[in-house]
Design a binder for this molecule. Structure first.
Ligand code: TRP
Length: 341
């Protein structure tokens, strides 16, 4: 099913990215991977592995970023991204992106960067406070370079990325204003229809450091353990008690992944009324997640053994995409009065 069929235009170019800081989890699946698989073949699509962006707050841990590049390629292929239909690129293999960033930085004020709510929240979450790397502060500008270099018009992301797209479009308008004509297209977000998935402990964000994620590579045992540990409704003590489905992690995940919508509605209804134990809802979720993740984890386990081949997929995609980003850089250089190379 294509969630975006209403809003999709045949000439849309999809560009989206992920920071390689570790393997992807089910939050990524619900938040944007499923959209990307659905869009594949409908329109031109690029997936960017943003290793330079990952380094903006992981410069002390470059091995982790390097290792995660192939982890993310493996995740893409395992969920059904086909590198012949979707071009997978590696940010650091496209120096044009860095040069574009340099030019765009001249169009953005420091105070505008300081107002970006996602950067603020991330800086706070990472305890960066005063020691915030300049590269981290300016990564929304580099993300604007990512989007515009590919002339991306549709960006499947989670809601936390909306400020990035807004900031990118401000830069697009500034470039076009400077040129006196339309040089770059604006882009729009494609949000998933499922709300953002909470961590298994019920906290708003899934993160590896909090140990509350469920990876795409999870084994049946890991799935069972995660579901068992899931936060439900602390006041729903006995099956007879009426329970809350809101804020209940088991229901949040069922809503995201259970294909039997009618059965789920009926279960939620009974749960709210009283008469359903958490054991029943958890059993259902375990079945749903095992059915969803088992084939993904299996495919992933097969392909992760050949890291070189996975890296080559990203190199080959970058090579294919390079003329396109080089063309955009030429156009923007010209706007700034620089020689066409
Ligand atoms: N900032 C995005 C994230 O943290 C990753 C990203 C990098 C991205 N470049 C992008 C997303 C370009 C969309 C478009 O998830």
């Amino acid at each position: 099913m294509l969630p975006s069929s209403k809003s999709l235009r045949p000439d849309d170019v999809v560009l989206t990215g992920d920071r390689p800081t570790g393997p992807l989890h089910v939050g990524h699946l619900a938040g944007s991977l499923q959209n990307r698989v659905a869009l594949q073949g409908e329109v031109t699509q690029y997936l960017l592995i943003a290793d330079l962006q990952a380094l903006t707050d992981h410069a002390r841990d470059p091995e982790r970023v390097a290792a995660a590049v192939t982890e993310v390629v493996a995740d893409y292929l395992a969920v059904g991204i086909d590198p012949d239909r979707t071009t997978i690129v590696l940010q650091s293999e496209l120096p044009e992106l860095a040069e574009l960033t340099m030019l765009y930085l001249d169009l953005v004020s420091v105070s505008r960067l300081e107002r970006n709510p996602t950067v603020r929240a991330e800086a706070k979450a990472r305890g960066l406070a005063r020691g915030i790397p300049a590269g981290f502060m300016t990564y929304p500008v580099s993300q604007a370079a990512d989007i515009t270099a590919f002339r991306g018009t549709l960006v499947p992301v989670g809601a936390d990325q909306l400020p990035m797209i807004e900031q990118s479009n401000e830069i697009v308008r500034a470039v076009n204003r400077l040129a006196g004509r339309v040089v770059l297209p604006e882009s729009r977000a494609l949000l998933s229809s499922t709300a953002k998935l909470p961590g298994i402990d019920g906290s708003a964000k899934m993160s590896k450091s909090a140990g509350n994620t469920l990876l795409l590579s999870a084994t049946p045992d890991e799935i069972r353990a995660a579901v068992r540990a899931m936060f439900t409704d602390p006041r729903h003590l006995r099956p007879e008690d009426p329970g809350r489905t809101e804020g209940n992690v088991v229901f949040a995940y069922l809503h995201a992944f259970d294909p039997d919508r009618a059965g789920l509605e009926e279960l939620a209804e009974r749960y709210r009324r009283g008469g359903v134990g958490d054991a029943e809802t958890k059993r259902r979720l375990e079945t749903v997640l095992t059915g969803l993740l088992e084939p993904i984890a299996q495919r992933r386990a097969e392909i992760i053994t050949d890291r070189q081949r996975l890296f080559d997929v990203a190199l080959e995609g970058s090579r294919r995409a390079r003329p396109r980003v080089a063309q955009t850089l030429q156009d923007v250089r010209e706007v700034f009065g620089l020689r066409r190379r």
